[in-house]
Design a protein around this ligand. Structure first.
Ligand SMILES: [Zn+2]
Length: 171
């Protein structure tokens, strides 16, 4: 087995490169600073290149969704005066209350509720879909990525990463 780009045969398993990097970082931070809060951030570049594929984080997705939820809420409240003009005005000038509440007030209130519920349902459906995608990735894609990582080597001369040819089904 040889490197795909420079034909060197000096290859090292990716997992070994990665673990060696982690070990160096730990030894380094213990020796110099006594402790380190961010082992991962200090990781040597080689080790980072050789890092195993990570599982996707449910928490990260949920936080992103929350941010989206908040942004959507902010956008809706910004748009509301235009979307639901009469109802909005109703909240202000007392002279308009009579006109608007009698004819269009309740209708607009209903539309407002319906739109709100639809948006809310959509957002929760989106959250469910996002979490499902994370689940599917972690269950189906990630194990395969780990398997590829385990059979990958890093060239010690040029740093290129080569995947061992798996003779699947040949034997
Ligand atoms: Zn090479």
């Amino acid at each position: 087995m040889e490197c795909n780009s420079c034909r060197s045969t000096d290859l090292q398993r990716l997992s070994l490169v990665y673990n060696a990097g982690l070990f160096n970082v730990k030894a380094h931070s213990i020796g110099v600073r006594g402790f380190s809060l961010h082992h991962g951030a200090d990781q040597s570049r080689l080790s980072q290149m050789a890092a195993p594929p990570r599982k996707r984080s449910y928490v990260k997705v949920a936080l992103l969704w929350l941010l989206g939820f908040w942004l959507a809420g902010a956008a809706i409240s910004l748009m509301r005066p235009q979307l639901l003009g009469p109802r909005h005005q109703k909240d202000y000038g007392s002279a308009r209350i009579e006109q608007d509440t009698v004819i269009s007030g309740p209708v607009h209130a209903t539309i407002d509720t319906v739109i709100g519920n639809v948006i809310l349902a959509g957002l929760f459906a989106l959250l469910a879909m996002l979490l499902w995608r994370v689940h599917r990735y972690n269950r189906q894609v990630h194990p395969e990525a780990i398997r590829r990582w385990n059979s990958s080597f890093m060239c010690q001369r040029c740093g290129a990463i080569t995947q061992m040819k798996v003779s699947a089904g040949a034997a």
